[in-house]
Write a protein that binds this ligand. Structure first.
Ligand SMILES: Cc1cc2nc3c(=O)[nH]c(=O)nc-3n(C[C@H](O)[C@H](O)[C@H](O)COP(=O)(O)OP(=O)(O)OC[C@H]3O[C@@H](n4cnc5c(N)ncnc54)[C@H](O)[C@@H]3O)c2cc1C
Length: 474
């Protein structure tokens, strides 16, 4: 853990207080609220009383101009500045590992405009996901980005971490749902990107900030695509004879133009340990849930064709109530008694790949993690949950019941073996959890020479390297 030298710190603090008054805090209880996101090593270290990070100053701006002011002051004083949204990130992305300023974005909580004709919402970065959804639903609208962390995460965090929601197979990831944004960078101050995402007025700068994890600037607001609350949402459940049969049937379904909103295919271990307890049945095999939505007739057609193609691949069609129950309880997976807690070790090996490689990636994770660590009691539950025309992602959740005294070393070894195997098998290391600290060491391997271009882009926008330093391998 690093902190800013005390003379420099009081200088920055005085400048911030002169500019933002009581939005600035150095109260220990306030600083202690920003020592861990949901990155396992951060939780582990905080529980041991030796946090990985602690800010020197927390600022909670009330306006977007105030955010720009904080960024300008940090830049002028060469002080690290780290955006913090809901703190639900799993990669250590918002940890102030070099001290400095945390910008707590939850003060930017305004829904600025809803355009019911274009079906867009403009919201400030700190708007909480669940609140946004409730306000939109009251008008018959929805923002079809439902991450499992919706109750904690913010609009800015969705974009900065390049996230995905449970309905992504139909509606896309956050980058598909984003029209434009406003961002404060050290070099450019506050700027708006072009109002629409499809244009030919030069490169698309909105997308430059998607997945930038606070290393280029602070997103202060964004305009997002909405859809109507669907007239109908139907559910189905099937059991496939194998992972290969299931992934191939779903590939065919999508490539024929059908768009189920939910497609979640669990391998046998995940069916038994994740799916079955939440739906309250004893099950085993390759269970898969689907949802279909929109206008009633269209949803029925999607359902019929999807189930026909699944049956052709050897699937058994099950009671649709299983799918409905999964939907109703889908957030239970992340709450007691289903979620792991310390002293367990846990993590999600999220890997995405084209259809020609996905089975190899699955097999590689199985061989590198599930088998070698079986003596630690490790369970690796893998499901496939975000599907594209070209491929899909594997959500490989591992849990070791008790890491013991060398828990951190064991955690790191599992990650190293899992990521190495996934990359060697032709996977891309992550579909929607971002990089943060956790995957920074793999960025050269993932990007090759392109990492140097990313560093050059960062140097142009953040010449003094104050934006979220030490993250993303930058
Ligand atoms: C139980 C659980 C389930 C999850 N499920 C999902 C899921 O289904 N889908 C998914 O995509 N993710 C999921 N996540 C991961 C996480 O919730 C998402 O990455 C989420 O988008 C992070 O939002 P946040 O507001 O909490 O961001 P934070 O954790 O606060 O920040 C994440 C990163 O973004 C940066 N950042 C935050 N706000 C801004 C901003 N305004 N401008 C610039 N940079 C910013 C931070 O510095 C950090 O690098 C899950 C996490 C948990 C704990």
């Amino acid at each position: 853990m690093t902190t800013t030298p005390s003379a420099a710190r009081s200088n920055v603090e005085a400048t911030l207080i002169a500019a933002l008054g009581d939005a600035v805090s150095t109260a220990p209880e306030r600083l202690n609220a920003f020592v861990a996101d949901t990155y396992w090593p951060a939780l582990h270290a905080a529980a041991a009383g030796t946090p990985l990070a602690r800010p020197d100053i927390v600022v909670r701006p009330r306006t977007e101009d105030e955010v720009a002011e904080v960024v300008a002051i940090a830049n002028e004083h060469r002080t690290p500045v780290v955006p913090w949204g809901g703190g639900s990130g799993t990669q250590g992305g918002c940890l102030p590992i070099r001290g400095g300023i945390v910008i707590d974005l939850c003060g930017l909580d305004q829904i600025l405009a809803i355009d019911e004709r274009s079906m867009t919402v403009t919201a400030q970065a700190g708007v909480n996901g669940r609140r946004l959804e409730a306000e939109l639903n009251a008008r018959g609208l929805m923002f079809p980005h439902y991450p499992a962390s919706v109750e904690w995460a913010t609009v800015g965090g969705y974009i900065a971490a390049r996230g995905s929601g449970v309905l992504s197979t139909r509606y896309g990831k956050i980058e598909d749902l984003l029209l434009s944004l406003r961002v404060a960078t050290p070099a450019g101050g506050l700027m708006d990107t072009v109002a629409v995402p499809r244009h030919a007025v030069g490169p698309e700068l909105t997308q430059l900030f998607v997945g930038s994890e606070g290393t280029l600037g602070v997103i202060t607001s964004a305009t997002l695509q909405l859809v109507p609350v669907p007239a109908e949402r139907r559910f189905a459940a099937v059991s496939f004879p194998s992972i290969a049969a299931g992934t191939d049937a779903i590939r065919r379904t999508l490539q024929l133009g059908h768009r189920p909103s939910v497609v979640r295919l669990y391998d046998d271990v995940a069916t038994q340990l994740t799916f079955a307890p939440v739906v309250g049945e004893e099950l085993s095999g390759v269970y898969t849930v689907f949802a279909f939505e929109g206008e009633a007739e269209a949803a029925q057609l999607e359902e019929r064709r999807t189930l026909e193609l699944a049956t052709e691949a050897g699937a058994t069609v099950l009671d649709p109530a299983l799918g409905r129950r999964w939907w109703d309880r889908r957030y239970d997976f992340y709450h007691p008694p289903h979620n792991p807690e310390l002293p367990s070790i846990w993590g999600t090996l999220d890997v995405v790949a084209t259809y020609d490689r996905i089975q190899a990636v699955y097999d590689a994770l199985h061989s590198a993690v599930r088998e070698p660590y079986a003596d630690t009691g490790l369970e690796l539950r893998m499901h496939f949950s975000h599907w594209y025309l070209w491929g899909t992602m594997i959500y490989g959740r591992f849990v070791v019941p008790d890491g013991g005294p060398d828990a951190l070393a064991l955690h790191d070894r599992i990650w190293e073996d899992g990521m190495t195997a996934a990359l060697d098998a032709g996977g891309v290391m992550n579909d929607h959890h971002g990089v943060g600290i956790k995957l920074g060491p793999y960025m050269r391997r993932q990007h090759g020479a392109a990492l140097d271009t990313m560093r050059q882009i960062k140097a142009a926008l953040d010449p003094n390297g104050v934006m979220n330093p030490g993250k993303m391998g930058l």
